[in-house]
Design a binder for this molecule. Structure first.
Ligand SMILES: [Zn+2]
Length: 339
């Protein structure tokens, strides 16, 4: 855990400071002198001046000055802070050789700075996008499209609670629906014939489980982790990011900032996936899908049939509830997190 006391830069400095630079020679305090190897190094930036094509296209260099080698010798290296604000450029491997053991802790501190700076930049983009994303969430949550989806889901649940529960389970697992088909079993029959010396009286059969493919428009019947849940999850994640930003990030560990940022980014991806799912719920009523559910329901205590304009959910007593097909619903896109 990197406490603020150990950090070279506070977060507002870190956000403004370039850690990867492409003109190390122009940095204030730059010197070609060799740095003092008895002083623990502090890495202030890194550079990679490798030309396009690398060594293949530039076998003779020119390379960049290395204060350890005292000549132009590498393309990649570190800018190291010395006494009185001096800055020395040094190749990575030369830094390790020159400074010995203390180089490892300097390299780790610098890697932490890079990681924290990256997380702060991502947090900044999230904070900048927060108002438009919140507006988007609020507008989608009360949209006519989601209302139509909720009503249709309720209608199916009321038509047959056990069927709705089974289809919801299939929708949640995203697994294929299956049907059990009774087929001849010539192998078992041959085995019997060999053992008994005569053919069985009745042909042997077995039950084969066949895939009918995945449920289309499955988000219609997702009762957990649905579109609304995911939008609310994104809202909670955004609130955590806004609070972290308001409370001053300096007191938060880098791993905490990374976790909050990642929480928002993942919730945003999940919410967009759910919105795509919501836009496709009308596919639940497509011919192919109704046929699929109808065959699947043959082994269930109730049946699904295709009807004019929708489907009928029945029980074996012949009672049937009609559910009209849903017309495609409109659900807006969620605003992106700023690039
Ligand atoms: Zn060197």
């Amino acid at each position: 855990m990197t406490g603020s006391a150990e950090r070279r830069l506070d977060d507002s400095q870190l956000v403004r400071t370039a850690l990867r630079i492409d003109d190390p020679g122009s940095v204030a305090g730059y010197t070609r002198d060799r740095s003092d190897p008895t002083q623990a190094p502090q890495i202030v930036a890194e550079y990679d001046l490798t030309p396009p094509g690398g060594r293949r296209s530039s076998p003779e260099g020119p390379w960049f000055w290395c204060s350890h080698c005292q000549k132009e010798n590498h393309w990649r290296g570190l800018l190291v802070g010395g006494a009185e604000g001096r800055r020395h450029s040094i190749g990575h491997e030369c830094a390790a050789a020159h400074y010995g053991f203390s180089y490892a802790s300097a390299a780790k501190a610098f890697a932490d700075e890079l990681k924290r700076k990256g997380a702060l930049a991502r947090l900044g983009r999230i904070i900048a996008s927060a108002p438009s994303i919140e507006t988007g969430i609020a507008s989608i949550l009360k949209s006519e499209g989601l209302k139509a989806l909720d009503l249709k889901r309720q209608e199916i649940q009321q038509a047959s609670p056990p069927m709705a529960a089974l289809l919801s389970a299939a929708a949640l697992s995203d697994a294929a629906l299956v049907e059990d088909v009774t087929v001849p079993d010539p192998e078992a029959e041959a085995k019997f014939t060999r053992r008994e010396g005569s053919r069985p009286e009745r042909p042997f059969t077995k039950v084969e489980r066949r895939s009918l493919g995945r449920l289309q428009g499955a988000w219609l019947l997702r009762t957990q982790d649905d579109c609304r849940d995911r939008l609310l999850m994104l809202r909670r994640a955004m609130t955590a990011a806004v609070e972290l930003d308001l409370l001053d990030t300096n007191s938060a560990s880098t791993s905490r900032i990374v976790a909050v940022v990642r929480g928002v980014e993942q919730a945003h991806v999940s919410a967009r996936e759910a919105l795509r799912g919501a836009r496709s719920v009308a596919e639940f009523f497509h011919h192919e899908n109704v046929v699929r559910m109808s065959r699947w329901s043959e082994s269930k205590p109730w049946a699904i049939r295709r009807t004019q304009g929708g489907l009928a959910i029945g029980d074996r007593d012949g009672r049937a509830s009609l559910v009209a097909a849903l017309i495609p619903i409109e659900v807006s896109e969620l605003p992106p997190i700023a690039e």
